[in-house]
Design a protein around this ligand. Sequence first.
Ligand code: GAR
Length: 190
Amino acid sequence: MPLRCVVLISGTGTLLQALMDAVARGDLRASIVAVGADRKAEGLARAEAAGIPVFVHRLVAGADRTQWDQELTDKVAAYSADLVISAGFMKLVGSAFLGRFAGRLINTHPALLPSFPGPHAVRDALAAGVKVTGCTVFAVDEGVDTGPIIAQEAVRVLPGDDEESLHERIKQTERRLLVEVVKGWEETHG
Ligand code: GAR
């Protein structure tokens, strides 16, 4: 049975695309059974074009966060996910979600954790003047980018890099790393 993956996104979804491409090539046996977002993310169109069910679950300003988290949990659970992949999902999930998907929830981050956690990892790395940064795939816990590290890869910061150029170079590595982690997951959990 292929690993049933639900992917959560907020942005352009190029990491999602890397997973979809790996499935299409047969490099992954996994099935992406749904893609969810907290907004009308650009990347949802990638899933729709491939016939993958999508959903949007917005966190409206001032809304009850616990309720939002429970509803997100229910939406993802409805797809019987074996693995939930946060691939550029820019919301923190709460205790209901963490409890339901404990041990099968991974995230990817554009820095070498524990350095530069949070939503501006690439900007923060540039501001710190580091010469090497990278990306990290990790198991999600209740902290902000604090969970156990599954895989990491370094990326050099080049002279003249700005946030966009550096982030794009990191994402080239990150796409491959995420696919490798899911492949490893299939081998150990499939
Ligand atoms: C990726 O670099 C991912 O690590 C980052 O968002 C980007 C999504 O790219 N996630 C975070 O910063 C979460 N803290 P994409 O929309 O092109 O797939």
